[in-house]
Design a protein around this ligand. Structure first.
Ligand SMILES: [Zn+2]
Length: 274
């Protein structure tokens, strides 16, 4: 199933013994374009701190309750190391965080082992990790919130700005950037494949595409039907009514709140049959 990242902002994170806080942002790795952490603003019981929770520790999003469950205690989160969420996060900081929780770091997971058991790998020091990260183009964690609003440049001119992201909900890989192109192609939001991004200029807030303006104009228009690239999202469950619409219905992804689903949940729509 595909998910729109912005639709998860504000979801609550439920630890085993209480609520940790709410989803504020996502950090993705700018080499693999994969969401690695949710940035969670903690609840009142420990002063509104921002903490990072790895995407690998999360259960499925519960769209009805607007929450994720995570296998941690509130005390563990409370005692977790401070991370400055105003800046890109470097591997050393991730190492401190993973050591604290004793999480298995995703960067040590053997290639090709994403579905099988995790391969044993050599322990690496922070210094080695930094060298490796430099060798791999120095990947950093970037904030999706920060990049929202970045200008998008086609090869022959500006075409709009970043509005949202489409990720798959299993590995949290970003597949599309949703671009708001309304100033150039009136009324249009398009989905551009992440693989067509040639570079992101973090200092001047811009995303550069390997595409001509005309190709951007011809990109799939953003609507739920366009999310059906092999991994289908057959239904749209409108909230709070929980009425189910199928992809042919004018209400499919056209109600103010709701979510995509592959399951026949909710009540079938009177118009489309759900
Ligand atoms: Zn319908």
């Amino acid at each position: 199933m595909h998910i729109l990242l912005n639709s998860l902002i504000g979801f609550s994170l439920k630890a085993v013994d209480g609520e940790i806080g709410r989803v504020h942002d996502f950090y993705f790795d700018d080499a693999a374009w994969t969401v690695r952490y949710l940035v969670v603003r903690t609840g009142g019981w420990f002063s509104g701190r921002m903490v990072l929770i790895p995407s690998t520790e999360l259960g499925k999003p519960d769209w009805e309750r607007h929450q994720f469950c995570v296998n941690l205690t509130c005390a563990q989160v409370k005692e977790s190391p401070d991370i400055d969420t105003e800046k890109p996060v470097y591997r050393q900081q991730e190492i401190i965080l993973h050591d604290y929780y004793q999480w298995l770091p995703y960067w040590k997971v053997g290639i090709g082992s994403t579905v099988g058991p995790v391969l044993p790998v050599q322990e690496i020091s922070a210094e080695t990790a930094e060298k490796e990260s430099k060798a791999a183009g120095n990947p950093h964690l970037r904030s999706t919130r920060h990049i929202r609003g970045y200008y998008i440049h086609a090869e022959d001119g500006n075409i709009g700005h970043v509005d949202d992201y489409v990720a798959d909900d299993k590995e949290w890989k970003l597949e599309y950037v949703v671009a708001d192109t309304r100033n150039v192609f009136p009324g249009k939001k398009v989905m551009m494949q992440v693989k067509d991004i040639s570079s992101v200029e973090w200092l001047d807030y811009s995303v550069h595409m390997n595409l001509k303006k005309e190709e951007v104009r011809n990109s799939p228009e953003f609507n739920a039907a366009n999310l059906e690239f092999g991994k289908t999202s057959r239904y749209w469950i409108a909230l709070p009514s929980r009425i189910r619409h199928n992809a042919d219905c004018p209400y499919y992804h056209n109600t103010k709140t709701g979510y995509f689903s592959d399951e026949k949940e909710g009540t079938p729509c009177g118009k489309c049959g759900g």
